[in-house]
Design a protein around this ligand. Structure first.
Ligand code: ARG
Length: 461
């Protein structure tokens, strides 16, 4: 009645709009090479276990190789009548090999097949993404190395808080990315498990060897329960969650770069190679790269949310809803990879810190007020009392339009007899930063150690 693989059971053909609606070939063609690899392993296993002859196994593997060549040369582009990539491959194989091609699907279902393909795809992509995270970290690391003694205002509530080393600020993102890198490795262990051989849902009557295919495909293990094997998408959700965290980190950095590039901050200049202009305002130079990264973050969060909602009501085992996992994964992968690449380039060559402006910025405010309180506390004044006194000093200075460094020694000593001439040194921005030498703090020594430590970690894999 129709061209569908399963059409014998049906009296009439599929409505064309329904065929279109049902088909996944428009996007799952992305999995074709993984489908071929998985099918080759399956064919080898069928021969290995005597389910087909060794010669049949060889021919199937060669036929699948031919399809791979055809695909790479642009000659394999199945249409919607193929329904999905799995049927498309089987159909082409049967054209090439005749009846033998029809043996490939022995002891297999598209349900365990698609799960296998998706994991093989994600496995590769995760390795690529992990390498990209390393490059992003390396770019942060090199910038940090150059800016250990560059000072920048540190903020809480987006209010000037205490000056910090710019390298310390950059290395905070290095640490976030380090967790992303580690998470990718941890999630990978659960992605790399084989569902092949779970069949449609219940296993198979044939004497297959699931460990054999798992080994051929470099999986670390096999699903222990066939129902779970064909219907589990935890691995996709874990990946999307990892991808979401990567995007969240990139987005926070993007937000800062956008602020820093504004005239109000003027902390960075964007290089022409990484900025864009306006169609009407001739003077404009816009931070489109970080804006796009910040914007695209929402897409990846959306895909995570979509997968969670997709799964929550699914009865065991396979349901067609699961076909929806692919576009979410493909788009998340493409988005994360594009954003990592763009942000890495931005750090490598697109951003220049305006060090003289940064030096002015850290000297023009009261972000050394904590250090005055600390100074008194070191001289025996209880910290809270010192803090209250400095609060008053700040208020007086603000009224007189002065900074702390503008107070004379007399004025200091009238405020509290413990003040001595070394107060000026204690509140100089460089000293303020250098003195925060507690473990993990912004003191230059700490920052240098953190950078050394990062150098070691960049060598791990
Ligand atoms: N195209 C389907 C998917 O992506 C393949 C599995 C179809 N299985 C089925 N029983 N209809 O999920």
């Amino acid at each position: 009645a129709s061209s569908q693989t399963w059409s014998q059971r049906f009296e009439t053909a599929l409505h064309p709009a329904i065929a279109q609606f049902n088909a996944s070939i428009g996007f799952d063609i992305e999995l074709v090479e993984y489908d071929l690899t998985g099918s080759q392993a399956h064919a080898q296993m069928l021969a290995h276990t005597g389910i087909i002859t060794p010669d049949e196994g060889d021919q199937l593997v060669k036929g699948l190789d031919q399809i791979r060549q055809e695909y790479r040369q642009g000659f394999f582009s199945p249409g919607v009548d193929a329904e999905d990539v799995h049927f498309a491959v089987e159909r082409r194989l049967t054209q090439i090999l005749g009846d033998l091609g029809k043996k490939l699907h022995t002891a297999r279902s598209r349900n365990d097949q698609v799960g296998t393909d998706t994991r093989l795809y994600l496995r590769d992509q995760m390795q690529e993404i992990r390498a990209q995270v390393r490059e992003f970290q390396t770019a942060l690391f090199h910038l940090a190395e150059q800016h250990v003694e560059t000072l920048i205002p540190g903020y809480t509530h987006l209010q000037r808080a205490q000056p910090i080393s710019l390298a310390h600020h950059l290395m905070a993102y290095f640490e976030m990315a380090q967790r992303d890198w580690e998470r990718l490795g941890e999630v990978y262990r659960r992605v790399n498990v084989s569902p092949l051989g779970c069949g449609a849902l219940a296993g198979t009557t044939f004497p297959i060897d699931r460990h054999y295919t798992a080994e051929l495909l470099n999986f670390d293990g096999v699903y222990a329960n066939s129902l779970d094997g064909v219907s589990d998408r935890d691995f996709a959700i874990e990946f999307l969650s990892t991808a979401s965290l990567i995007m969240m980190h990139l987005s926070r950095l993007s937000e800062e770069v956008i602020l820093w590039a504004s005239q109000e901050f003027s902390f960075v200049t964007l290089k022409d190679s990484c900025a864009t202009g306006s169609s009407i305002m001739p003077q404009k130079k816009n931070p489109d790269v970080p804006e796009l990264v910040r914007g695209k973050t929402g897409r990846v969060f959306g895909h995570l949310q979509a997968m969670l909602v997709l799964m929550k009501g699914l009865p065991l085992a396979y349901n067609k809803d699961l076909q929806e996992d692919k576009e979410a994964l493909f788009d998340a992968v493409k988005t994360v990879r594009g954003c990592l690449e763009a942000m890495t380039i931005l750090l490598q060559e697109g951003i220049e810190f305006r060090t003289s402006r940064l030096a002015e910025a850290v000297a023009e405010d009261f972000s050394n007020a904590t250090d005055v309180a600390d100074y008194l506390a070191t001289k025996g004044v209880p910290f809270r009392e010192a803090y209250n006194l400095v609060g008053k000093v700040v208020r007086t200075c603000l009224a007189a339009n002065k900074l702390l460094k503008d107070l004379s020694l007399d004025e200091w000593q009238t405020l509290h007899p413990a003040f001595e001439a070394d107060i000026y040194q204690a509140i100089a921005p460089r000293q303020v930063v250098a003195a925060r030498n507690s473990y993990g703090g912004t003191g230059f020594e700490q920052v240098r150690q953190a950078i050394e430590n990062a150098r070691q970690r960049l060598r791990q894999d």
